[in-house]
Design a protein around this ligand. Structure first.
Ligand code: NAD
Ligand code: DAU
Length: 334
């Protein structure tokens, strides 16, 4: 029985990853260690809450004693726990440096002392910064441009240092923009789908021509699992979907799928330091034999349908603090 410690498993990707592992393997057990910040939500795990191979623990990765306690006996750590929203990092970077850097450090330390057999650090394509043309390989220089991506770059390189210095079997993944069910409705796709469902404006930053490479969350989870088995320790792997679209294109696809009018599109102030384009060269992962399985348009339509059918999940999240945040930053009448 392989024992996993999944941190941030009550968030968007972490909860999808836990579901992926439980469906695929019957000989594993998972401790899901999550602080339950605004982004952590046990509703994301309702269908697996009674699964005896999954145990939820509410805890902060910045709590060294607790991290040490739950690291004992663990075979593999997958660190998803992070503050993850760029806009929030611009408004209040503190929590990003604390969790994304210091929390990752405490996990690496505990993993080293407990001789964990594999440590996957979930990093991001944002650590490379923006690229106008071409695509980043894993060897490219890191030029993060927001407090979020700078914090993630810190953890990314710290994880690497634990491989080089202490021989901890670390693998670092740099994923592109995920979409799918259970994504907190502050990120582009769930925000725009749920706003459109409520006939509210869709706030497009700047000219809407910023490009992201979109990957369906299930493909991202599958790639992480593949790398657990086939990745080489000390290596970095880009995980991309190969679906580059600008924000206007994504917005138009959402409105068309929901049969909503284009006049919901509303141009607002640009994000500070807004990266123009992300693009990954994924040939290193492809050479190992992995590629995404989901067609972008089909997965996007499924995702839009999921939000349309699961209002119970997101309606309560779109209130109070969340609305205040957007009104303050983008002067929107949401
Ligand atoms: P999310 O914000 O939905 O979830 C983050 C989870 O971490 C939440 O459940 C939260 O409660 C938990 N958490 C936050 N601080 C914590 C702490 N101090 N201790 C314990 N738990 C804590 O984020 P997500 O979109 O699921 O992203 C997960 C990871 O993947 C992050 O590391 C992120 O940087 C990375 N990533 C995300 C994307 C994307 O497109 N969403 C792409 C590439 C990489
Ligand atoms: O690239 C991977 C990263 O993708 C992850 O590391 C981050 O955790 C994740 O949040 C995501 O970051 P982005 O900043 O790319 O995602 P977001 O959904 O916030 O924005 C996507 C694009 O849409 C970006 O160009 C900004 C724009 N946008 C976003 C929001 C929320 C808007 O135009 N309007 C909006 O209201």
């Amino acid at each position: 029985m392989q024992r996993f410690l999944v941190t941030g498993g009550a968030g968007f990707i972490g909860s999808n990853y836990i579901r992926h592992l439980l469906q695929k393997y019957h000989d594993i057990s998972i401790i899901n260690f999550d602080k339950l910040t605004y982004a952590g939500n046990l509703d994301n795990l309702r269908d697996v809450e009674n699964n005896p191979r999954h145990r939820f623990v509410q805890g902060d990765i910045c709590d060294a004693m607790l991290v040490d306690q739950y690291m004992a006996g663990i075979d593999a750590v997958v660190n998803f726990a992070a503050e993850s929203h760029v806009d929030r990092s611009i408004g209040a970077p503190d929590a990003f440096i604390r969790t994304d850097v210091f929390g990752a450090f405490l996990l690496l330390e505990a993993a080293r002392w407990h001789r964990v057999k594999k440590f996957i650090q979930i990093s991001t394509d944002e650590v490379y910064g923006s690229i106008e043309q071409g695509a980043f390989r894993e060897t490219a220089a890191l030029m993060p441009s927001s407090p979020y991506s700078a914090s993630k770059a810190g953890a990314d390189r710290l994880a690497y240092s634990y491989f080089v210095t202490y021989g901890l079997p670390v693998i670092i993944t740099r994923g592109s923009n995920n979409f799918g069910p259970y994504q907190y409705p502050e990120k582009l796709i769930p925000l725009f789908v749920t706003n459109a469902l409520e006939d509210k404006p869709l706030p497009i930053y700047g000219d809407g021509k910023n490009v992201r490479d979109w990957i369906y969350v299930e493909d991202h989870c599958d790639a992480i699992d593949f790398l657990l088995a086939h990745g080489k320790d000390g290596e970095v792997y880009n995980i991309g979907g190969g679906n580059e679209h600008n924000n206007l294109e994504i917005t138009e696809m959402i409105l068309a799928a929901l049969n909503k009018p284009k006049n919901l599109m509303t141009f607002v102030n640009d994000r500070l330091g807004h990266d123009r384009r992300y693009s990954l060269d994924t040939s290193k992962l492809a050479a190992l034999g992995w590629k995404p399985k989901h067609d972008f348009k089909t997965a996007l339509e499924f995702t839009i349908g999921w939000y349309a059918q699961n209002r119970w999940w997101w309606e309560k999240l779109k209130s109070g603090e969340y609305l205040e945040f957007y009104k303050k930053n983008y002067k929107m009448a949401l």
